[in-house]
Design a protein around this ligand. Structure first.
Ligand code: ZN
Ligand code: ZN
Ligand code: ZN
Length: 546
């Protein structure tokens, strides 16, 4: 009997210890977004990479190989918001980079805010905040879980890439001012830049990076994973006659610093400012977990201009690999191996260049976008006598003047359906038209319709969504609109992105199980043992959280 009691007692103790929650947390989380990164790049460029950057992340960390965006439009603003809120635009409200906002009766930008002013700069570049973000981020939840004692900082060349990840309760977000070459912020966060940021700006790195030409970091004949340097699918820097190395940045830059965005040095500047923030803000220095949100934007600018098969794009990733190695080595030394958690993903990927596809007999094309608004106006003129019911066409969505339609006692849903049917039947390259009346009431079984529904936010999204066929788009970057690449669709080429985890409590391994982009934030909630973001619709990644 005694033995039995002893056994029962031991059993209880072991049960109790099994149920004791793990209260350990990493000292620092570094969330990395690589703007426009496709999952195939690292494999394609593998032999050109060093051992301390992407290769180290993949060898020591965990690779979620089948990570997908579960909504459209696959743009930068919605992408960053969804990674950090664990939900889709239908919930967090970041329905595009720009959208027509019914409440504001105007086209708005996802991060603009008339109520705040620039800090460290001046003008509209600084009038930015997360005020249009409607649900909490994982970074907000960390603040709430630590009585706001965690340090949360967002950094990106793009304001929206810094602001949306850091959340509304962030200590700071910093972005690049192309007029001055400085990192700036807004009065949403602070009244003046901290000394470390002022000191960084005073070093004039932007000036230095633009004072020399962009040459390939390896001999140019090593770039065998890309098309020849002078390819018809690449757009030009203004002032160049061929899209070839070396790119003479001092001659091309003009008086502003915006050109820096379009070179891999914009990423290096972002990394260096991130390291300065870790030092300046003492991030990861105590037992309260801090969170640094880094977003590398130059990959997107370079990608749009040159496309996925260009030496310029390959060189940008080879250089980014070196930036990653610098970052990890710095974190090892400053925070300590195993004491920090890193994850890396993308805010969307990108399409193959349609002209490149057509030249190889693959079905693809350009939707004749210039005529879409006009043809829909004449449709509404013919059927209702009211061409002015069409308000605008943004993000492949038709916005209607609902107030006028209601005043005329016409049926909004019927007009939407007329437009959707007409677009599908008469506009080349349109695969599907979806109406807001259907999106707000139906439930769908097929993935493409579900993705549109997840991206639809009433009052911010349009009345009719035009979904183009796979491989089709309106226009690409600059020039005649057929060069480089773009993104925004619900298809795998835009929606399939890398997701790597590395460091604190992350096992080595990989998985091809489907992971939605909205699963990142809840996985972080379980890893950090903090509450889920308040609009979270994702789920934890089983391989990482038992
Ligand atoms: Zn982007
Ligand atoms: Zn080129
Ligand atoms: Zn882009």
């Amino acid at each position: 009997m005694k033995k039995l009691l002893l056994l029962a007692a031991l059993f209880c103790i072991s049960q109790a210890s099994a149920q004791t929650p793990n209260t350990n947390r990493p000292r620092l989380v570094v969330g990395i977004v690589v703007d426009q990164m496709r999952p195939d790049y690292i494999i394609r460029y593998w032999n050109k990479l060093g051992n301390a950057g992407f290769k180290r992340i993949l060898k020591e960390g965990f690779n979620c190989r089948n990570t997908q965006y579960n909504y459209a439009p696959t743009y930068t603003g919605p992408g960053h918001a969804s990674i950090y809120t664990g939900t889709t635009p239908s919930m967090h409200g970041i329905a595009g980079n720009d959208w027509f906002d019914v409440a504001a009766n105007d086209t708005v930008y996802c991060a603009s805010d008339e109520k705040v002013t620039a800090v460290g700069g001046e003008g509209r570049e600084g009038m930015m905040s997360p005020s249009r973000l409607l649900t909490t981020t994982i970074t907000d939840q960390l603040q709430l879980s630590t009585q706001m004692k965690a340090k949360v900082v967002g950094i990106s060349l793009k304001d929206r890439g810094a602001i949306l990840p850091a959340g509304r309760s962030a200590d700071a977000a910093y972005w690049f001012d192309g007029k001055t070459g400085n990192w700036i912020s807004s009065t949403w966060y602070m009244n003046s830049l901290p000394k470390w940021a002022q000191d960084f700006n005073e070093r004039k790195w932007s000036e230095e990076y633009l004072s020399q030409p962009w040459k390939t970091v390896l001999p140019i004949n090593y770039y065998t994973e890309s098309d020849p340097d002078d390819s018809p699918y690449e757009a030009l820097f203004r002032g160049e006659t061929k899209p070839v190395f070396p790119h003479d940045l001092p001659a091309l830059r003009g008086t502003s610093f915006d050109l820096l965005r379009r070179t891999p040095f914009g990423n290096t500047l972002t990394k260096d400012f991130g390291l300065a923030a870790i030092l300046g803000e003492q991030m990861g220095a105590d037992s309260i977990t801090d969170f640094l949100c880094l977003s590398f934007s130059s990959t997107d600018y370079v990608g749009h201009q040159y496309g996925p098969n260009a030496i310029e794009t390959e060189d940008t990733y080879i250089r980014l690999d070196r930036d990653m190695a610098d970052l990890l080595t710095f974190l090892d030394n400053r925070i300590g191996k195993g004491k920090y958690l890193v994850y890396l993903t993308a805010d969307h990927a990108c399409m193959e260049n349609p002209k490149h596809m057509m030249d190889h007999k693959i079905h693809a094309g350009f939707v004749p976008s210039a005529g879409i608004e006009d043809s829909l106006r004449s449709l509404l003129n013919r059927t209702y006598g009211h061409p002015e019911y069409i308000r605008c066409f943004i993000n492949d969505q038709v916005y209607l003047h609902e107030d006028k339609i209601l005043a005329d006692k016409n049926d909004i849903c019927a007009i939407e359906a007329t437009i959707a049917r007409y677009a599908k039947d008469h506009i080349q390259g349109v695969y599907l038209g979806l109406t807001s009346c259907d999106l707000e009431t139906e439930s769908y079984d097929d993935m493409i319709r579900q993705r549109i529904q997840n991206g639809h936010f009433h009052g911010r999204s349009g009345n009719v969504w035009l979904v183009y066929a796979p491989g089709w788009t309106e226009r690409l970057y600059g020039g005649d609109g057929t060069q480089g690449t773009t993104h925004g669709s619900p298809y795998a080429y835009d929606a399939h992105v890398p997701l790597y985890w590395f460091g604190w409590n992350i096992p080595a391994g990989s998985s091809t199980d489907l992971v939605n982009i909205t699963d990142i934030a809840p996985t972080l909630s379980f890893l950090l043992n903090i509450t889920l973001p308040n609009g979270c619709t994702g789920n934890k990644i089983d391989a990482l959280v038992k």
